[in-house]
Design a protein around this ligand. Structure first.
Ligand SMILES: [Zn+2]
Length: 551
């Protein structure tokens, strides 16, 4: 008989240890429960311990930090631990980010969330997709904790890290630079260590994918960086069926980044299913439906379901499909008498495909940034038929005005020399181009001098003050160059489709899977599920951040 026995986070560690000796499954929610993003759920069953995602808690991060006020890399784990961005779990993190005297942990031992994992094996992280609010804080994990993900998710993480410029210690997901204490400051040692990734969906990787993954395809420009292999652990390409003593399965699901998947882990109390982020209204909606059917037949015991949009207001609850985005943006591009700029999230390949169709339908060339071309190039290594410069002759690369090129950039410039387009050419023939830019690229407009044209904002609304300020700056840039802004989220709808299922669809997903217990995650309004699933035989649990549930 299944029972729920709540253990609150304030409970003494010894008592928890006592309980752990019994055969029981526990879930501890270290982030991403009552906020959108930062998911870090620890699943424990016997001697197996798995994290379901290990993301950056952007909402929490933004309470203290902004672009020019960040956690200090030289202080290692201290800053994210002190500000509550990382749970105080000793033994879980990279030791090179600890103060070698060990004094760091004295500060956190009395924290109610503190646990000592030294000498305790963590079998891995089941990573749902490559968005940083799910993957970012893998950066801090000890190098022997493997990450399980689809090959696509791993390659996106790698490509994004290669192109992000500089070494941001909060974004070292696929590889990291170990640091060493020098004059009381943790400094990078100039080597890179790859994390062990196990790909859940691809067994035999091509030599090109391996070369890309190993970082040997693109050599750094000035300072040669030595790669440190983790011999036995760097088993890329192995398709697992189990992690520790637990069997698990994965399903591809529809989301706004390729490679997204959901997981189910078979525990001693039944199947625990984790949705990651998902939706039904994108081009891969049928994948999400197949996931629902399969997990229904598993007789799911516990479902961790995302609830990003349960707090939607009546107006934002309306759905725009990708096809409607296409129609609306196409109409705007057709009406435009000059250059068209499309602004959307860079890893949203589905949206990129939408704008490629629009470019073709309006007789324009689609121009992407070099880093987007690099991402497409890397994904093509995995899937030959994917959207790419080889497969689509209308895709060009914007040649930015800059002093020098990074290694990956040189590689892209050399590989696609005949596809580079500079500002002169676009200025001469603005009606022949559709430029994929965002606010952060608007300084290039000083060279392009568009004199009219249309800026299509095809991205989400501003979620915080910083994003609101950027959106206002964007309006000023667009206005400065006499362009027309379409899809302004404050005044015009239908130019963006969300990556997440609408609230009523989330209820349908839960009903379809019909678990014994539902735990809403990744949501500011978990009670929505309880209110709307009344009368059904589904127990809804709404734990707090840091709380631990036993089953
Ligand atoms: Zn996501």
């Amino acid at each position: 008989m299944l029972h729920t026995n709540r253990l609150f986070w304030g409970e003494p560690v010894a008592l928890r240890r006592g309980k752990m000796a019994e055969k029981m499954v526990t879930l501890t929610f270290y982030g991403g429960i009552t906020q959108v993003g930062g998911n870090k759920t620890l699943l424990e069953d016997g001697s197996t311990r798995l994290f379901l995602d290990f993301g950056t808690p952007f909402a929490e991060w933004g309470k203290y930090y902004e672009e020019y006020m960040k956690p200090r890399p030289g202080a290692g784990l201290l800053d994210p631990l002190e500000m509550g961005l990382l749970p105080p779990l000793r033994g879980l993190y990279r030791t090179d980010l600890e103060d070698p005297t060990g004094s760091l942990w004295h500060r956190f031992e009395s924290n109610p969330l503190f646990r000592d994992f030294r000498g305790v094996k963590i079998q891995g992280v089941l990573l749902s997709h490559a968005h940083l609010d799910h993957s970012g804080y893998i950066s801090f994990l000890a190098q022997d904790i493997p990450v399980y993900s689809t090959a696509m998710t791993a390659l996106i993480a790698k490509a994004v890290q290669d192109t992000q410029g500089g070494s941001d210690f909060e974004r070292e997901v696929s590889y990291f630079s170990p640091r060493k204490l020098q004059n009381e400051y943790l400094r990078s040692e100039g080597v890179r260590v790859q994390r062990p990734f196990y790909f859940v969906d691809v067994k035999d990787l091509s030599p090109q994918v391996r070369r890309f993954w190993d970082g040997r395809f693109v050599k750094p420009r000035n300072k040669p960086i030595e790669w440190m292999e983790m011999d036995s652990l760097a088993e890329v390409g192995f398709v697992p069926e189990r992690a520790g003593n637990l069997k698990f399965r994965h399903w591809p699901v529809d989301h706004s980044v390729p490679g997204a998947c959901a997981y189910a882990v078979e525990t001693s109390c039944g199947w625990v299913v984790y949705t990651g982020d998902l939706r039904l209204h994108g081009k891969r909606g049928e994948k999400t439906e197949a996931f629902i059917r399969d997990t229904h037949s598993l007789k799911t015991c516990i479902l961790l379901c995302e609830g990003t949009r349960t707090g939607d207001s009546a107006e934002t609850a309306e759905e725009t499909t990708e096809e409607e985005v296409f129609e609306n943006c196409l109409a705007a591009a057709k009406k435009s008498g000059g250059l068209v700029i499309a602004d959307f999230a860079p890893r949203n390949i589905e949206r990129l495909t939408t704008f490629l169709r629009i470019a073709k339908d309006t007789g324009r060339r689609l121009v992407v940034l070099a880093k987007d071309a690099y991402l497409l190039w890397s994904l093509k290594l995995l899937q030959a038929e994917t959207l790419s410069l080889e497969n689509d002759a209308e895709i060009y690369i914007y040649k930015e005005f800059k002093d020098s090129l990074d290694a990956w950039e040189q590689h892209i410039h050399q590989s696609y020399e005949d596809r580079l387009v500079g500002h002169d050419e676009i200025r001469r023939r603005p009606r022949e181009y559709l430029l994929c830019f965002s606010f952060f690229n608007m300084k290039n407009m000083i060279d392009v001098r568009p004199q009219g044209g249309t800026y299509i904002y095809s991205s989400s609304k501003a979620y915080d003050d910083e994003q609101s300020a950027d959106l206002q700056r964007l309006r000023e840039w667009v206005n400065h160059f006499g362009m027309e802004l379409r899809g302004d989220p404050d005044s015009e709808k239908g130019f963006h489709a969300s990556g997440h299922a609408r609230a009523p669809e989330l209820l349908d997903i839960v009903k379809g899977i019909s678990p014994r217990i539902l735990i809403p995650i990744h949501t500011e309004k978990p009670e929505y599920f309880r209110e709307n699933l009344k009368g059904l035989d589904i127990e809804v649990l709404t734990p707090k951040e840091g709380e631990r549930l036993s089953f």
